[in-house]
Ligand binder design. Structure first.
Ligand code: G1P
Length: 307
């Protein structure tokens, strides 16, 4: 009898609790025009903060959140990214011969197991919404995360992990948000909050890159999302929005009526590494976090503060 009660309980719990988050999409097909000429042949996601490329920070944040399947949406000139997630036998052999265990570990110790990583070519640069749509056959009927690697989050334990915990508690869709200056709203997707009491923000609208006078708030969408697979039926329509691109924000705005969306404020530090200043700041902030570099970087900053 007890067993029947337990199995009924498990069945009900499975019906009501949100599906586990296991998959993540990394749109990495962008041109990186704000970083030319570096990005002429180097993908912007391979720019390093200290010695690690931006894409590896995003990947490790996903791993910390329990993600098991990694789908990269790439474009032409992005082979350096797939090479980074593969073995480098020549280098590994030399490091093995020289018994450089630490260097060997940072070269290959973090690689995902075979079969857990996929690269999909976005054949045309039609926007973030189109890039995410390219992942549809790999996502199927599951919730999934989207991580934009040029947004770097310095959050203890990883920001996506916090978002995933919220998601597993409340279900629905979750978007990372951060306050920006009103004059900068036209650089981001901006949400219209229904409630904002310091916890999860209930979202009632969102708009991609509004002019300051039209922005519903100053809360910008930053580069972390947890979405339900229904988003693909909106992206499927291929509607063009801001910049004549297929915008993820527009598809999410359409979906709002049928599925709840929540905003999550980043409680750590967030850097827009797609801009040169944001990238520089991320490098300084990261270096200051490292005990091995902290004092020297402080001295360096003092030296240049006279300029
Ligand atoms: C994209 C999104 C935008 C978001 C931004 C965050 O814009 O479309 O809603 O605020 O990322 O970085 P992009 O930077 O690709 O123009």
């Amino acid at each position: 009898m007890q067993n029947i009660a337990l199995s009924t309980y498990i069945q009900v719990a499975m019906m009501t609790s949100p599906k586990r988050l296991r998959k993540a999409v990394f749109p990495v097909g962008g041109l990186g025009t704000r970083f030319l000429p570096a990005t002429k042949s180097l993908p912007k996601e391979m720019l390093p903060v200290a010695s690690k490329p931006l894409i590896q920070y995003a990947f490790e944040e996903a791993v910390a959140a329990g993600i098991e399947e990694f789908i990269f949406i790439t474009g032409r000139n992005k082979n350096a990214i797939s090479n980074h997630f593969d073995h480098s036998y020549e280098l590994q052999n030399v490091l093995t011969e020289k018994e450089k265990a630490d260097e060997l570990f940072i070269t290959r110790g973090w690689l995902p197991d075979a079969g857990h990583i996929a690269f999909v070519r976005q054949q045309e640069p039609l926007g973030l919404g189109h890039a995410v749509w390219c992942a549809r056959n790999f996502i199927g009927e599951e919730p999934f995360a989207v991580l934009l690697a040029d947004e770097m989050m310095l959050v203890k334990g990883g920001f996506l992990k916090q978002m995933a915990e919220n998601y597993h508690q409340h279900g629905g869709n979750h978007i990372a948000v951060a306050d920006v200056a009103r004059e900068h709203t036209s650089r981001y997707g901006i949400i219209d909050p229904e409630t904002d009491d310091g916890g999860l923000i209930k979202i009632r609208g969102m708009v991609e890159k509004p002019k300051p006078e039209n922005a519903p708030s100053t809360l910008s969408i930053t580069g972390r999302y947890i979405l339900q697979p229904e988003i693909f039926s909106y992206l499927e329509q291929g509607k063009r929005g801001s910049g004549n691109e297929i915008q993820l924000t527009d598809a999410m705005a359409q979906m709002l009526g049928s599925s709840p969306f929540y905003g999550v404020r980043c409680n750590g530090r967030r850097f827009d590494c797609g801009s040169q200043l944001g990238f520089l700041e991320a490098n300084i902030a990261y270096a200051l976090e490292q005990e091995s570099m902290r004092e020297q970087v402080r001295e360096m900053l003092k030296k240049y503060s006279e300029y």
